[in-house]
Ligand binder design. Structure first.
Ligand code: TYD
Length: 188
């Protein structure tokens, strides 16, 4: 099973991703907790772009995130799925659609170049209003400002393939909601 956690910067993805992973392990499942950008060379370059150390244009950035995704899928995600693990992943194709469309890149083109990307079984969107998320995001990355996060939020809201979880609550409440979504899928 392949679970993706999406949302704005500062919405609590990392906290909830860890909570999901710990719970699944307690349930006796084997898991891979991972995320994009990945830890390969492209991912490392992307981190430099995100910190403002390197510069690139939005379309190139979309391709770099996509190339990183291809590598990550082939080397880490697909092997884990083949071993029967549950993959819990922070960010995936919808991040490229939301963030790079917010930078002006055409959505249709982003989808086309991402055609290789296998479909998740579930994508959760941790829904937090941009003004709140932007206050919480503090890793110093280029996209962490309210104005841009508002654009990203608008782009996310156009996507239809996500289960929306209200994230402006305590971490326990958010996790409780997430569990209710995942539990029925585990019984299958
Ligand atoms: P983030 O979730 O903040 O990673 P970390 O917590 O490890 O720093 O993701 C990094 C940033 O990259 C975030 O602002 C969203 C952005 N991003 C894109 O713009 N496009 C993409 O395709 C992906 C995967 C992320």
């Amino acid at each position: 099973m392949f679970i993706v956690v999406e949302g704005l910067d500062g919405c609590g993805k990392t906290t909830q991703g860890k909570a999901i992973n710990n719970w699944l392990i307690q349930e006796g499942r084997e898991t891979l907790l991972t995320g994009e950008p990945s830890n390969n060379q492209i991912g490392l370059f992307l981190r430099e772009v995100l910190m403002g150390v390197q510069k690139t244009d939005p379309k190139t950035l979309a391709l770099l995130f996509t190339a990183d995704r291809y590598w990550h899928l082939e080397k880490e995600v697909k092997p884990a799925l083949n071993e029967g693990k549950i993959v819990v992943m922070e960010r995936y194709v919808n991040s490229t659609i939301a963030y790079q469309a917010a930078q002006g890149v055409e959505r249709k083109w982003i989808r086309e170049v991402n055609r290789f990307a296998i479909k998740p079984d579930l994508t959760l969107f941790l829904d937090m209003k941009p003004e709140i998320a932007a206050q919480r995001a503090d890793s110093g990355e280029i996209f962490e400002n309210r104005e841009f996060q508002e654009k990203v939020y608008v782009e996310y809201m156009k996507l239809k393939d996500m289960i929306i979880v209200e994230a402006d609550k305590t971490r326990e409440q958010v996790f409780h909601e997430i569990k209710e979504v995942i539990e029925p899928l585990l019984e299958k």
